[in-house]
Design a protein around this ligand. Structure first.
Ligand code: PEP
Ligand code: MG
Length: 925
C-alpha cells in the first residue's frame, strides 16, 4: 500500500490519530485533533512532512506524479464538506495554505490566504457577501502573498499601492479604504506582478494551489528557516507539512475579527485567557500591528457569547493536551472558528507556575511537572538581564563587539583594566567591568568585586569563565576584536576606543558588548519554583554539590540546594588579601626549606580560618578540599614594575624575583610542574594544607558542629604517585588529630583529570576513598584542546556551516563519545577494585544538563558545580531519573547498596542507614 500523504478533517470527521505529529506538523496535528474533539474547526486537509522531503529531493514533476490523485480527491472532499466549488464564479471555495513543521518555528515559513480567488470569483464573493470592499481586500491580500511567497518578489513594492492610497486618504487604517480603491489596488498589483515576475498570477485555482504548496515546501529551506533550526538546534525533521483549510473571514465587518490567545498568561502563568482580537481583520493584521487590537477582556463585554465559547474551548483544550495552549481563532459574523492550537511558549516564571498549577489541578502528575520545566528556564530565572523593554534598535546601535558568552546575564560598569583598579573603584562604590586580555589567579580579587568580566582570549572553561561562573558573574570571553592600548589607558573594540572609566554593558547570554549603560532587570523567583524544585529533589538519585572556596559562597550554595562541597580550590584563597599574596610569594621565592616553612606558617592561619568558615557553613555536609593545583609562576607578578615592587617589599634584590620568575617559566605550564607534582616537590605545602584542614575540622567539631572533610589531590596519573600522596596526607592528618586529641573521620581521594589516571582507575581506585572527575583538564588532555587557547578555532569545529566536526563545545557539554568513554571505563574499573568507591564530577560539566544526565547514567554519586548552576543540576538529575525505566524495587535497592561510599566505617554505616530509610533515595552527595 502506498504511503498516505494527505489527511482530511472537517464535517465532524478527522483522519489519522494522535502520534502523527511528526508527519502532520504541529499545526496539522492540532487541526485534526481539535476536529476530533468536536471544536469548531473549518474543514481542510494536511499534506505530510515527508511529502515535503520528497519534493525537495525529487522536484516538482515527482511531487505531482505522487500526489496528484490524492490532492484531487482531498479537494473534492473539501468541496463536498464546505458546500462550495473551487473556482466557482458565483460562490467560490477559498482556502488558506499554511506551513507547519513538527516543531514550532514561529514566523519562519509561509502563509497564503484567500487562495482560489481570481478576476471572476472575486465578483462572486462580493455578490455573495454583499460586501465588495471585503471581496477586493481579500483579493489584494491574496495577490500580495502570491507575489511574494510563490513568485519570490520583494514585499515592499507589493505593499506600496495600499500605502499610497492610505496616504492620499490621510488614514492609517486599512478599513478606511473603500471598495473602489481596493479594486484599483488589485489592478495595480496585477500589473506590478506581471512586470516584475514576468508572468501573471494564474487564474486557475488548481494551479494556484499546486504552486502555493510547492512554495510552502521550498520555504523549509529558506535561509531564515535554516538559520532558525540551527540556532534552536532543531534537527531530524523531514520538512514542513502544508495545511489547506477553508477560509473563514474575520474581515466581514464589525461582528467579525481574528485573534490569538494563550490559555494562561504566558508571562506570569496565571490561569486566564490572555490575548488580543482585532475586529474586521484577517490573521496577518494582528501580527503586523496595523491597528491596536482589543484585549480579550474587551471582547468579553462586547461579544459575551463568543467569549464564553472561547473559554469553553480553552478548558477542553487544556484538558485534552494537559498543557497551556497558544490558539488562533477567527470570528466570522459572530461565529467562532478555531484555526490553530499548539503548546504555548512561556516565560521562565510562567513555566514554573504553569507546571505547578497543572499538577495542583490534577491535569498532570508532579513527576510530569518536573519534566515540563526546562533547565534553560532555571538559568534565565537567576541572572539580571537587559530590560526587555529596551528596543532592539537601540541595542543594535550600541553594539560594539561580540565574543563567547561564558556566563549568562548582563552587567553594567565602568571599564577598569587591572584587578587593583577594580578594587579601588569598588571600594568607592563604583560598579566596574574588568577588562583583561586574559585573567589569572592574580586577578581574582578584582574579578570578585567586578560586575562583569570581559577578556580578549579564552573559551568557556578559561580561568575567567570558571571563576566568573562560580560567582554568577556575567562574563564574555574570546572577544577577538578587543585589544588593550599600550599605554593601559583605554581599550579598543574594533575601531572604537573606550577610555578607562567609560561605561560598558555586557550581555553574557548572547556574548555581546554594548556601549554605555543599558537598564537591567532582575526577576524575582516565583513561588512555584521552590515547589517544583522540591518535587525534583524528591525524584533525583544523583547528589549535588557546589564548587566554592569561601564561607560566603558555601552559605549561598546551601541556599541553592547544595548537599556538600565537591571542589574547594584552595589556591583561590591565596589571593584574597595583600598579606596572603605576600606570604605565598615569599614561599615561592624562598631558597631553602626553612624560609619556605616560615612563609607557609604565615599562610596556615589564613587557610585554617577559611576552612573553619566553610566547615561551619556546611554543618556536617561533606566538603572536598583540593590541595594546591596551578603552576607556581601564576602566583608571581609577570610585570617588571610589579616584580620590582615585590622585591622591595621582601627586601631582596630585584634580580632575585626576576630570576625566580624566569626559572619557573614553562613552555607548557598546563602539563608542567603543577597539581600534585607541587605537593610532591614541596612536601611543606602538603603538610601546611593538610594541617590547616584537619585543625579547622577539629576546631569546628569542638564547637559541636559535625564535619566531613575530604582531602583531594589534583592531576594524579599513577597509582604509586597517589600512594605516596595518600600516605603523606594520612601521616600529617593522624599527627594533627593526635595533637588535637580527637577522632575525625576523613577521606582521602583523587581527581581523575589525566587520561592515564582514568585508564589506571583500577589500581588507583583500590587505594582511594573517592574519585572526582576533573573534566576540564580531562577534556583538555584527552582531546589535546587547550582550555585557554582553543577559543580561536573551536567555534568552527562546532559550527555546522563551517567544519561541523563536534556537536557541542566539549568544554561546555561533556564529550560523551570520547571523554565519556574514559569516565565509564574509570568508573567500572574503580568500582570493580573498590566497590564502595565514592564518585563525583567537579569539572564545569557538573552544571551542564546533558552532562548531568550522562553522570546519572554512568552511576556517579554526585555532580558538583558552581552554586548558581546547582538548580540546573538538581533539575537535570531529576529529569534523568524520570527518563530511565525504573528497575524493580529489589534490584534498584541492591545496586544502590553496591555503590555505598567507603572511607571509614562510621561514615559508611551512617550513609547506608539513611539510604535504606528512603523509598526513593536522594543520593548522598
Ligand atoms: C578540572 O580540571 O576539571 C577541575 C575541576 O580543575 P580545574 O578547573 O581547577 O583545573
Ligand atoms: Mg583540573
Amino acid at each position: 500500500m502506498s504511503l498516505k500523504r494527505i489527511y482530511s478533517f472537517g464535517g465532524g470527521r478527522a483522519e489519522g490519530g494522535p502520534g502523527l505529529r511528526e508527519r502532520l506538523g504541529g499545526k496539522g496535528a492540532g487541526l485534526v485533533e481539535m476536529t476530533r474533539i468536536g471544536l469548531p474547526v473549518p474543514p481542510g486537509f494536511v499534506i505530510t512532512t515527508d511529502t515535503c522531503a520528497l519534493y525537495l529531493k525529487s522536484g516538482s514533476a515527482a511531487l505531482r506524479r505522487t500526489l496528484g490523485r490524492d490532492l484531487a480527491g482531498a479537494v473534492k472532499r473539501l468541496e463536498r464538506v464546505a458546500g462550495r466549488r473551487f473556482g466557482d464564479a458565483a460562490d467560490p471555495l477559498l482556502v488558506s495554505v499554511r506551513s507547519g513543521a513538527a516543531r514550532s518555528m514561529p514566523g519562519m515559513m509561509e502563509t497564503i490566504l484567500n487562495l482560489g480567488l481570481n478576476d471572476r470569483s472575486v465578483l462572486g464573493l462580493a455578490a455573495r457577501s454583499g460586501n465588495r470592499r471585503f471581496a477586493f481586500d481579500a483579493y489584494r491580500r491574496f495577490l500580495c502573498a502570491y507575489g511574494s511567497v510563490v513568485l519570490g518578489l520583494p514585499r515592499p513594492p507589493l505593499e506600496q499601492p495600499l500605502e499610497e492610497v492610505k496616504q492620499r486618504l490621510r488614514t492609517k487604517r486599512d478599513t478606511d479604504v473603500p471598495a473602489r480603491d481596493m479594486e484599483e489596488i488589485c489592478r495595480r498589483l496585477h500589473a506590478e506582478i506581471r512586470e516584475t515576475a514576468g508572468r501573471p498570477v494564474p487564474q486557475d485555482p488548481e494551479r494556484q494551489l499546486w504552486e502555493a504548496i510547492e512554495a510552502v515546501f521550498r520555504s523549509w529551506m529558506a535561509e531564515k528557516s535554516v538559520t532558525y533550526r540551527r540556532v534552536e538546534r532543531i534537527t531530524g525533521l523531514e520538512g514542513t507539512a502544508v495545511n489547506v483549510v477553508q477560509m473563514v473571514f474575520g474581515n466581514l465587518g464589525e461582528t467579525s475579527g481574528t485573534g490569538v490567545c494563550f490559555t494562561r498568561d504566558p508571562n506570569t502563568g496565571v490561569r486566564t485567557l490572555y490575548g488580543d482580537v482585532l475586529m474586521n481583520a484577517q490573521g496577518e493584521d494582528v501580527v503586523a500591528g496595523v491597528r491596536t487590537p482589543m484585549t480579550l477582556g474587551g471582547m468579553k463585554s462586547r461579544m459575551p457569547t463568543v467569549y464564553r465559547q472561547l473559554d469553553r474551548v480553552r478548558g477542553l483544550l487544556e484538558r485534552h493536551y494537559r498543557d497551556m495552549q497558544d490558539l488562533e481563532f477567527t470570528i466570522e459574523s459572530s461565529r467562532l472558528y478555531m484555526l490553530q492550537c499548539r503548546t504555548g511558549k512561556r516565560s521562565s516564571h510562567a513555566a514554573f507556575r504553569i507546571a505547578r498549577d497543572l499538577a495542583a489541578e490534577g491535569l498532570i502528575t508532579r513527576r510530569e511537572a518536573v519534566a515540563r520545566v526546562g533547565t534553560g528556564d532555571i538559568e534565565r530565572l537567576f541572572y539580571p538581564v537587559i530590560d526587555p523593554e529596551v528596543p532592539r534598535r537601540d541595542l543594535e546601535t550600541r553594539r560594539l563587539a561580540s565574543g563567547i558568552g561564558a556566563v549568562p546575564g548582563a552587567a553594567v560598569g565602568e571599564v577598569v583594566l587591572s584587578a587593583q583598579e577594580a578594587e579601588t573603584a569598588a571600594r568607592a562604590g563604583r560598579p566596574v567591568i574588568l577588562v583583561r586580555r586574559e585573567t589569572s589567579p592574580e586577578d581574582v580579587a578584582g574579578m570578585h568585586v567586578a560586575q562583569g568580566i570581559l577578556t580578549a582570549t579564552g573559551g568557556k572553561t578559561s580561568h575567567a569563565a570558571v571563576v566568573a561562573r562560580g560567582w554568577g558573574k556575567t562574563c564574555v570571553v574570546g572577544c577577538e576584536t578587543l585589544s588593550i592600548e599600550p599605554d593601559g589607558g583605554a581599550i579598543r573594540l574594533g575601531e572604537r576606543v573606550i577610555r578607562k572609566g567609560e561605561r560598558l554593558t555586557l550581555d553574557g547570554t548572547e556574548g555581546v558588548v554594548y556601549e554605555g549603560s543599558i537598564p537591567l532587570v532582575r526577576p524575582d523567583l516565583p513561588e512555584a519554583y521552590h515547589e517544583v524544585m522540591a518535587w525534583a529533589d524528591g525524584l533525583r538519585r544523583l547528589g549535588v554539590r557546589a564548587n566554592v572556596d569561601t564561607p560566603y559562597d558555601a552559605r549561598k550554595a546551601i541556599e541553592m540546594g547544595a548537599q556538600g562541597i565537591g571542589l574547594c580550590r584552595t589556591e583561590h584563597m591565596f589571593f584574597d588579601s595583600a598579606d596572603r599574596r605576600m606570604a605565598i610569594r615569599e614561599m615561592i621565592l624562598a631558597d631553602d626549606a626553612e624560609t619556605r616553612e616560615r612563609a607557609l606558617a604565615r599562610l596556615l592561619p589564613f587557610q585554617r580560618q577559611d576552612f573553619e568558615g566553610i566547615f561551619e557553613a556546611m554543618r556536617g555536609r561533606p566538603v572536598t578540599i583540593r590541595l594546591i593545583d596551578p603552576p607556581l609562576h601564576e602566583f608571581l607578578p609577570q610585570d617588571p614594575e610589579e616584580q620590582r615592587r615585590l622585591a622591595a617589599r621582601l627586601r631582596v634584590p630585584a634580580e632575585t624575583v626576576a630570576r625566580r620568575v624566569a626559572m619557573l617559566h614553562e613552555t607548557n605550564p598546563m602539563l608542567g610542574h603543577r597539581g600534585c607534582r607541587l605537593s610532591l616537590g614541596y612536601p611543606e605545602i602538603l603538610e601546611m594544607q593538610v594541617r590547616a584542614i584537619v585543625e579547622a575540622a577539629a576546631a569546628v567539631k569542638r564547637r559541636g558542629v559535625k564535619v566531613e572533610p575530604e582531602i583531594m589531590h589534583p592531576l594524579v596519573m599513577d597509582p604509586k604517585e597517589y600512594a605516596l600522596l595518600a600516605e603523606r596526607t594520612r601521616t600529617v592528618a593522624e599527627r594533627v588529630l593526635k595533637e588535637q586529641g580527637l577522632r575525625i573521620a576523613y577521606r582521602v581521594g583523587t581527581m581523575i583529570e589525566v587520561p592515564r589516571a582514568a585508564l589506571l582507575a583500577g589500581p588507583i581506585g583500590r587505594l582511594a576513598d573517592f574519585f572526582s572527575f576533573g573534566t576540564n583538564d580531562l577534556t583538555q588532555m584527552t582531546m589535546a584542546l587547550s582550555r585557554d587557547d582553543s577559543g580561536r578555532f573551536l567555534p568552527d569545529y562546532v559550527d555546522d556551516r563551517r567544519l561541523g566536526i563536534l556537536k557541542e563545545d566539549p568544554f561546555q557539554s561533556l564529550d560523551q563519545e570520547g571523554v565519556g568513554q574514559l569516565i565509564l571505563w574509570a568508573i567500572e574499573r574503580g568500582r570493580a577494585a573498590h566497590p564502595g568507591l565514592k564518585i563525583g564530577i567537579c569539572g564545569e560539566h557538573g552544571g551542564d544538563p546533558d552532562s548531568v544526565r550522562f553522570c546519572h547514567r554512568a552511576g556517579m554519586d554526585y555532580v558538583s558545580c558552581s552554586p548558581y548552576r546547582l538548580p540546573i543540576a538538581r533539575l537535570a538529575a531529576a529529569q534523568a531519573a524520570l527518563a530511565e525505566v525504573r528497575p524493580a524495587r529489589g534490584r534498584a535497592a541492591a545496586s544502590h547498596r553496591a555503590r555505598k561510599p567507603a572511607g571509614n566505617g562510621r561514615i559508611r554505616r551512617r550513609v547506608t542507614r539513611r539510604q535504606r530509610g528512603r523509598r526513593h533515595p536522594v543520593a548522598q552527595a
